[in-house]
Design a protein around this ligand. Structure first.
Ligand code: GDP
Length: 140
């Protein structure tokens, strides 16, 4: 298995409900190494750029409004098979359908307010980590 890096975002719902620490702890308890972390509030254009792949979807405007509604915590996670491992720890997109014990089941609400983002492929992980962090900001 390859050592991989992926982007994780603790979304505004989970930051606002006070679950930042729980989610960071969930990663650390599962052996995930966090090599960069920053709290920020995305601008509308930053959120639109980040989710550009979804711009034709009916929920795009709602998604951008949600992601700019408050601060988020962006992180780069590193580990073996990290992209898929993070998706497993996160659970399914819809928090109501996510498997018990996953981050989205435990800290999300529905298909939109689902607590965390995680890159879904090596290609998106490369683009998304660079969207939030420069090479100089990686503690690795
Ligand atoms: P993910 O990779 O599991 O995050 O899922 P997607 O890439 O399909 O969707 C990106 C994000 O858009 C999700 O994490 C949700 O926050 C939001 N989203 C997905 N589907 C819906 C939907 O049907 N309605 C709304 N309002 N938001 C959605």
């Amino acid at each position: 298995m390859a050592l991989e890096r992926t982007l994780s975002i603790i979304k505004p719902d989970a930051v606002a409900s006070g679950h930042t620490g729980d989610i960071v702890a969930r990663f650390e308890k599962n052996g995930v190494k966090i090599i960069a972390m920053r709290m920020l509030k995305m601008s509308r254009s930053q959120a639109e750029g980040f989710y550009a792949v979804h711009r034709t979807r009916p929920f795009f405007n709602d998604l951008v409004a949600f992601m700019t509604s408050g601060p988020v915590v962006a992180m780069i996670l590193e580990g073996e098979n990290m992209i898929l491992k993070n998706r497993d720890l996160m659970g399914a997109t819809d928090s109501k359908k996510a498997a018990p014990g996953t981050i989205r089941a435990d800290f999300g609400t529905d298909v939109e307010k689902n607590a965390v983002h995680g890159s879904d492929s090596p290609e998106t992980a490369a683009v998304e980590t660079a969207y939030f962090f420069t090479a100089c900001e990686l503690n690795a």
